[in-house]
Design a protein around this ligand. Structure first.
Ligand SMILES: [Zn+2]
Length: 298
């Protein structure tokens, strides 16, 4: 097996190992059609986009109109499906949140256009957000009252302050995991909670679609965690996993997008079927297309 050095980092952000095995070649099917490589840590199995663009360079990969959800824009079928799923997901997101925190401070990192924070506020939580995209940041600020910061300004959030930090499909976009995790640990209260939603490369739909799997989302996703590697990362920072929840809609959405990338005929129907199989398979294995992990600061 070919062993190569990690190009974007000196070492694996999860285990510190410096050797990788080649894993898969794929393409930014969503936007630029550029080719990228996935490698896997020879020690812990973390899959890494390698090399991945630096922070400044990475911004151009987010310039697709479709990437950020703008309110009131014209949408195609997938857009409508996405909105439908978001609405139905919201109730279950709040339900998971309330299992751990009844009232208190919620910080959503990568809050986008702020739908989750608005729902939290409407459920009595004290909310704030962090968002790198200026347009999304200003929009969400206008919705929840100047409580949304650029990541560089996270120091405005006091230490030992937040009851629950949420990152909905965000950690996989973060360049400096050490810095992000240290920042999270600083802001969380003792016994506070971190909720991470992440795509799962152990899922049936990932295995089925291989390089066409839409949740690789290269090169916007830099790290591709499975249930084991995310646990090792969290434990390194003093977090204990206390819950896992499926995101069943993601199996359908990701499978349909993947069918589109594969340019399959009847992709919509095939994607629906693949999503169903993925969820049925995961009832046995636990490996849903996307998973919500809840960790507690010990
Ligand atoms: Zn590793």
């Amino acid at each position: 097996m070919k062993q190569i050095y990690l190009k974007s980092h000196n070492q694996c952000p999860v285990c510190g190992n410096a050797l990788l095995d080649h894993y898969l070649d794929s393409v930014d099917y969503f936007f630029t059609q550029e080719s990228f490589t996935l490698d896997r840590c020879a020690n812990c199995g973390l899959i890494v986009t390698n090399p991945f663009p630096g922070f400044e360079e990475s911004l151009k990969y987010y310039q697709s109109e479709a990437y950020f959800s703008h309110p009131n824009k014209k949408m195609n079928l997938f857009g409508y499906l996405y909105q439908f799923v978001r609405t139905h997901n919201m109730r279950s997101k709040i339900r998971v949140l309330k299992r751990y925190v009844r009232l208190g401070k919620v910080l959503d990192i990568g809050c986008g256009s702020g739908d989750f924070l608005v729902a939290c506020r409407d459920n009595g939580f004290d909310v704030s957000g962090i968002e790198v995209n200026e347009e999304a940041r200003n929009y969400t600020s206008s919705r929840i009252g100047n409580r949304v910061f650029h990541p560089h300004d996270s120091l405005f959030i006091p230490s030992d302050h937040v009851d629950m930090i949420t990152m909905w499909h965000v950690l996989e976009h973060i360049h400096d995991l050490d810095k992000q995790m240290n920042d999270i640990m600083r802001m969380l209260k003792p016994n506070g909670f971190l909720l991470l939603a992440l795509p799962n490369p152990e899922s049936y739909d990932c295995r089925k679609y291989g390089k066409y799997w839409a949740a690789w989302d290269l090169p916007r996703h830099l790290f591709h965690f499975n249930p084991q590697t995310i646990n090792v990362l969290a434990a390194k920072f003093g977090l204990k996993q206390i819950g896992t929840y499926p995101m069943k809609w993601d199996a359908y959405y990701i499978s349909m997008l993947s069918e589109g990338y594969r340019k399959n005929r009847l992709g919509f129907i095939k994607g629906l079927m693949a999503g169903l199989f993925s969820n049925l398979n995961a009832r046995r294995t636990g490996n849903y297309s996307s998973l919500i992990y809840v960790f507690k600061k010990m």
